[in-house]
Structure formats: structure tokens, C-alpha cells
Design a protein. Structure first.
Length: 208
């Protein structure tokens, strides 16, 4: 559900704001101060982060209740990282970019926005491999560990390219950011599909 909400918000923002350029501009420009689509998209991004936090909290509960030798710590730490990632995402809504989005004057709110976005990105890179390791402890899910490690590497490389592209206002900065976020969303969707068998009594897969 979270993945669908995020994708809907981004696509809808571009449709309703014809001047917005997906390839060049970051997603945060859609909810920057003064954005014409900010009032509509803020609730959608809030819902996305809320659903991600709910999914992570569910994973945390499962990780705490299931005993899987000494490797179970990866589920707990990974779930906490995903919780913090979602909270940081919520804070970026409370502290948006300045008028004009990326490239505009960076005030106090803009600095907090950048800090929260950085924390969110870092937590993503922590959560993906750790949760991938934990979920794949079952023999039948061993492939998910390799998928998660590959996803983390891809997200890290794309994120570095996005930082360079957006920081220097290059024409492909928005595309690089979408590859970064898309990699995480793909992993999140697969992780949600995998976790429904971790503990069948806990309904955590529906949020993501």
C-alpha cells in the first residue's frame, strides 16, 4: 500500500503541475514551500511514511518475538532503522524546502529538511541489508539476502549520482533520484510480500 501511495503522489504531482520536470527536479520540489500541488500531496506523502512506519513497527514486533539464533538482532536493528527512516520522512514534510525548491535559498527549514532527508537515506541503506538478512534466515528465502544486498548497493550508487546531479542542478538529477527511490520501493514491495510467512499471526504485510 505504501508503495502505491508514493507512486500515486509523484505521478499526480507531475500531472497537476505541467511545469514540473520529473527528469531534472527532485521529488521534494513537489512539496516545497509555494508549490502549487503541495496542499494535495502533503497528505499523500504523510500517509506513505505512516504506512512505512506501521510496516516497520510490525516487523520489529515479529523480530522481537521470534528466536532465530544470534542472527535475530539483524531484524530488530533493521526494523528500527526503517522506523527512523519513516519518521525522518515525516519530518521533511514539517520542514519543507524553501520557495522555489532545490537551488533556492536554504534557510533554517531547508537545513532541517536536508538533514532529515540525509537521515532517511542513511537508514534506508542500513535497513535493506539487515532486514534482507533476517527475512532470508529461512532456507527457502535465501535468495532474498542476495536481492537485498544488490538493492542496497544499487540504491547507494544511484543516491550518490542523485546527490551530484541535484546538488549541481544537472538535467538528469531528478531521474537519478527516482532510480534511488525506485530501488527502495521495489525492495519494500518484495519485502512486504516475503514477510507474511515470517509469523502468520501478525498482519504486517498489508501496510507496505
Amino acid at each position: 500500500m505504501a508503495v502505491c501511495v508514493y507512486c500515486t503522489a509523484v505521478v499526480l504531482g507531475g500531472v497537476l503541475w505541467p511545469a514540473y520536470r520529473h527528469v531534472a527536479q527532485p521529488v521534494s520540489d513537489l512539496i516545497a514551500t509555494g508549490s502549487p500541488v503541495k496542499p494535495l500531496l502533503d497528505p499523500l506523502f504523510f500517509l506513505y511514511n505512516l504506512l512505512t512506519a506501521a510496516f516497520a513497527w510490525g516487523l520489529l514486533g515479529v523480530a522481537r518475538r521470534t528466536s532465530r539464533s544470534s542472527a535475530s538482532w539483524s531484524g530488530v536493528v533493521g526494523a528500527w532503522a526503517l522506523v527512523v527512516e519513516a519518521v525522518a520522512g515525516l519530518l521533511t514534510l514539517a520542514f519543507p524546502e524553501g520557495q522555489g525548491g532545490a537551488g533556492s535559498h536554504i534557510g533554517a527549514e531547508g537545513l532541517v529538511h536536508i538533514l532529515c532527508a540525509g537521515i532517511s537515506s542513511l537508514c534506508t541503506l542500513v535497513a535493506i541489508p539487515l532486514l534482507g538478512h533476517w527475512i532470508s534466515l529461512e532456507p527457502s528465502k535465501g535468495w532474498f539476502r542476495r536481492f537485498s544486498y544488490g538493492a542496497a548497493a544499487a540504491v547507494a550508487l544511484a543516491g550518490l549520482a542523485a546527490a551530484v546531479g541535484i546538488g549541481n542542478r544537472l538535467t538528469w538529477g531528478g531521474l537519478a533520484e527516482r532510480l534511488t527511490i525506485g530501488g527502495f520501493l521495489l525492495w519494500l514491495a518484495v519485502a512486504a510480500a516475503m514477510t507474511h510467512t515470517v509469523e502468520s499471526s501478525v498482519g504486517i504485510e498489508g501496510a507496505a
